[in-house]
Structure formats: structure tokens, C-alpha cells
Ligand binder design. Structure first.
Ligand SMILES: N[C@@H](CCC(=O)N[C@@H](CS)C(=O)NCC(=O)O)C(=O)O
Length: 224
């Protein structure tokens, strides 16, 4: 088994896709955190886009969270992807909707004002509505944890936190299956182990910096 070394940033949702897959598979890996505001030279020298996650596999460097996930799934048991190539191809296509979901969630996280927040909340609802059409529940493929669960989880967790902070936006109204999916993911041991224990507090501190609309949130805003 190759030595796996993940280069991370503490609150990065894309890194969390990788750590969820690693934790689900129960494989050993080394973890190094970097400061994205002050990227080390060794990191810039090996990261094609200057972004995390990077997965070092012995001397090879992998980048892009979904490519890292695919590599891990091809090399480390248990398989997260389905055995049926049609299901695999469809799930890979759903990855792009999970990206769209996170893009809209990021729009809420960085919203300058209430109008922008409400507009991005509609975009989050749009992406979650599309996902709800194929969601088997409680996880994407029923009881079995799959690749799309790892890819969608970071966006869904942050959507739950935003919903708790802004219940008036009714982010999950009519999307109870998606809420149950997000809550099932949040409660999963591998997902809990996939990030720093105080991720929620760091998330709140982060959005207070990124989005002017969040500036008045108490630092200790409730998680749920
Ligand atoms: N498409 C990339 C996105 C990775 C990404 O945006 N990472 C952010 C942190 S969450 C980053 O490294 N940003 C640094 C920068 O853009 O300078 C992936 O899926 O891995």
C-alpha cells in the first residue's frame, strides 16, 4: 500500500471530501495543514493550481477533490462507487450538481447583504431540489455510503448550519428527504472524524469574515 499524505486547509470543504473517503475506508494517512493566506513554497512548487486538497501518493501528487476520490476508490477497499457502470457514470454526473450546491452555499457564506443571501438561498434550494429527484434515502443509495455521499456531504453540512443560522430562509422547506440525508451524513462517525472537532465554530468565524451580512452573528452561534 502506498503512503498517503493529504495536504489540507482546516475549513476547506473540498479537502473534507477526501478525508471523508479516507475515513470511510479506514486507511492510514498523514495530514498536513497549511495556511492558504501564506502558502508555503514547497506547496506552491507541487500544487498545479495553488489549491488544496493535494494527495501525495508516495512521490506522485494528485489534485482536484473528485480525482483524488476516484483514485482512492480504485485503490482502497471498500468501494464507494457502484459496481454497475451506468450507476457510476450517473453518479459522476451528479458530482457536478454537488459542485453547484457547494457554489451556491459559498454564495450564502460570502453574501454581502440580505438580498444576496436570499438569492443564493434560492440557488441552494434549486441544487438540493435536483438532487432530491434521485435521492434514495437515507443516503444517496439507500443504506450504502457511496461516492456521491462523500462529494455532497461538505455542502450539505454547511447548508444545515446556514439553515440553523437563518431559519427564516426556509432552506429545506419541502426538501425533508434532503434534510434527513444531510443529518444522516452529519451523524456518521467517518464524517465526524473528517474535520477538526471545532469545525462549526471555525465555519461561523469564517463566514463573519467572508460575508458582510454575517458580521453581526454571535461568535458562538448555535450549530442547530
Ligand atoms: N475544484 C477544486 C477546488 C479546491 C479549492 O477551491 N480549494 C480552496 C480551499 S477550500 C483553495 O485551495 N483555495 C486557495 C486559492 O484559491 O488560492 C477541488 O475540487 O479540489
Amino acid at each position: 500500500m502506498a503512503a498517503l499524505h493529504l495536504i489540507s486547509f482546516d475549513i476547506c470543504p473540498f479537502v473534507q471530501r477526501s478525508t471523508i473517503a479516507l475515513e470511510e475506508k479506514g486507511v492510514e494517512y498523514e495530514l498536513t495543514f497549511i495556511d492558504l493566506a501564506d502558502k508555503p513554497d514547497w506547496f506552491l512548487a507541487i500544487s498545479p493550481r495553488g489549491k488544496v486538497p493535494l494527495l501525495k501518493v508516495d512521490d506522485a501528487v494528485l489534485f482536484e477533490s473528485t480525482a483524488i476520490l476516484e483514485y482512492l476508490d480504485e485503490t482502497v477497499e471498500p468501494r464507494l462507487h457502484d459496481a454497475d457502470p451506468i450507476v457510476r457514470a450517473r453518479d459522476r454526473a451528479w458530482f457536478s450538481i454537488a459542485d453547484e450546491l457547494f457554489g451556491a452555499v459559498w454564495g450564502m457564506m460570502s453574501a454581502p447583504d440580505r438580498d444576496a443571501l436570499a438569492g443564493k438561498a434560492e440557488a441552494v434550494r434549486g441544487a438540493m431540489t435536483r438532487l432530491s429527484g434521485d435521492l434514495e434515502g437515507p443516503l444517496w443509495h439507500g443504506e450504502r455510503f457511496s461516492a456521491l455521499d462523500a462529494v455532497a456531504a461538505p455542502g450539505l453540512l454547511r447548508a444545515l448550519w446556514l439553515d440553523a443560522l437563518y431559519p427564516e430562509l426556509k432552506l429545506f422547506d419541502g426538501l425533508e428527504g434532503v434534510r434527513a440525508w444531510a443529518e444522516t451524513l452529519a451523524a456518521r462517525p467517518a464524517v465526524k472524524r473528517s474535520a477538526v472537532p471545532d469545525l462549526h465554530a471555525r465555519f461561523v468565524a469564517g463566514i463573519r469574515r467572508y460575508g458582510a451580512v454575517h458580521r453581526d452573528l454571535p461568535e458562538t452561534a448555535a450549530a442547530r
